[in-house]
Design a protein around this ligand. Structure first.
Ligand SMILES: Cc1ncc(COP(=O)(O)O)c(C=O)c1O
Length: 401
């Protein structure tokens, strides 16, 4: 029998804070009654700062991030449209597959898993596309399989530099609500999040944020859509409802999660993720192991993927952590299976929780045959977490403390 609580360090679903868990336990209600509108409408309003938008339209689709991918494409693009995408991890690979299944003409740029979105290659392809065949550029902001963050702002800058007017789509499933996301400033046309990561809720809602331009294009979309028809959703949302039965308890959870994010302050949330991730990265370096992320510059603040030493099966590390220590680590996906494991460090997390993950990983690594000095990673993270803390000033919004 497992005792104590499970240590959940997968990169989503994340740990659900107690008040969110309590908020989920509500009696069923009439989703056509006026009080439902007073639940839904403020949620849509309060999601906007999380996406960094003031004029974006928020649509909440029952489903998950994958459903939101489909809703994004089907509502704004047409079969045969050319889109530019990079494949550099499992989620960007699956997004490419989704685009191809929906009939898009995908120009795929393959880069090694561990590399970020290849901004220079994108820039070249956009500059060469003089007759504007590329209708949309897709960026996976945080490749959860590799722990790699990409520079959306840089992609936008390259699009501007060559005057390309393609749409900019961003998968922010494992970044939004955990790290800075500036939909308006980066002029993202369509951003995608899921309820189960930085938003600290169970899976079940795919969140889309659409720019006014994306919304306008959606009016002309011709791809067949049924359940995911955007205007069914935004029109129902405008009336404070859903076009079909909504997952009401999840919305109560989302309400509590948004209140919590606001109480902490988004800048502090982002800063905490950066600090926690820095400690995990310090631990990996102290173990003498390599991150899958090819350089610190592209290392994600929400998940770290770590190669095991040669001869050490990452699946065994994960199994030992799970079976002996009641600790769940993220698996190596696709070609990383057996070669890497992941530590998710996003959501409702603090220093002590990260230190406990790192200490368990040290035991699991050693039991699986890796020679990692006990305490080395924990000590390195402690040094990071014990350092005097200065809040980074984001947009001059908060004074350093
Ligand atoms: C970056 C990214 N995109 C998309 C998805 C797919 O989301 P879901 O599993 O919620 O369908 C995930 C899931 O982990 C993800 O990490």
């Amino acid at each position: 029998m497992k005792t104590g609580h499970a240590h959940l360090y997968i990169p989503g679903p994340t740990i659900i804070p107690e008040e969110v868990r309590r908020a989920l336990a509500v009696p069923m209600q009439d989703h056509r009654a006026p009080e439902f509108a007073s639940l839904l409408t403020p949620i849509r309003y309060d999601l906007r700062p999380v996406f960094g938008t003031t004029d974006g339209t928020i649509a909440l689709f029952p489903g998950s991030g994958t459903g939101a991918w489909e809703a994004a494409i089907a509502n704004t693009l047409q079969a045969g449209d050319r889109v530019l995408m990079a494949r550099h991890g499992m989620f960007s690979t699956l997004w490419v597959e989704m685009a191809e299944r929906l009939g898009l003409d995908v120009d795929v740029v393959d880069v090694p898993w561990g590399a970020p979105c290849p901004v220079e290659t994108f820039a070249r392809k956009l500059a060469e596309d003089r007759d504007g065949r590329i209708r949309a550029v897709f960026v996976t902001h945080n490749e959860t399989a590799t722990g790699v963050a990409s520079d959306v702002e840089a992609v936008r800058a390259e699009m501007d530099a060559c005057g390309h007017d393609a749409l900019l789509f961003v998968d922010g499933v494992s970044s939004i609500a955990s790290v800075p996301f500036e939909m308006d400033a980066w002029r993202v046309d369509l951003a995608i999040a899921g309820s189960q990561k930085g938003l600290m809720c169970p899976a079940g809602l795919g969140v889309l944020a659409l720019s006014p331009r994306a919304l306008e294009l959606a009016e002309k979309a011709t791809m067949p859509r049924g359940y995911f028809h955007l205007f069914d959703m935004v029109n129902a949302h405008a009336a404070g409802s859903f076009p079909y039965t909504p997952p009401a308890p999840l919305l109560h959870g989302m309400r509590a999660a948004l209140d919590r994010l606001a109480a902490e302050g988004l800048d502090r949330v982002f800063d905490r993720h950066h600090r926690l991730a820095s400690g995990v990265r310090a631990a990996v370096a102290a173990w003498g192991l390599r991150t899958v992320a090819e350089s610190p510059a592209c290392a994600s603040d929400t998940v770290t993927a770590i190669y095991t030493p040669d001869g050490v099966d990452a699946r065994e590390v994960i199994a030992i952590a799970r079976d002996r220590y009641n600790c769940y680590l993220g698996a190596g996906l696709g070609p990383l299976a057996g070669r890497a494991f992941r530590i998710g460090h996003l959501g409702d997390l603090n220093e002590g929780m990260c230190l406990s993950a790192l200490s368990i990983v040290e035991m699991a690594l050693n039991a699986a045959g890796a020679r990692v000095p006990y305490g080395a990673g924990v000590a390195a993270a402690q040094e990071t977490y014990a350092a005097p803390y200065t809040l980074r000033v984001v947009d001059g919004g908060i004074a350093a403390e």
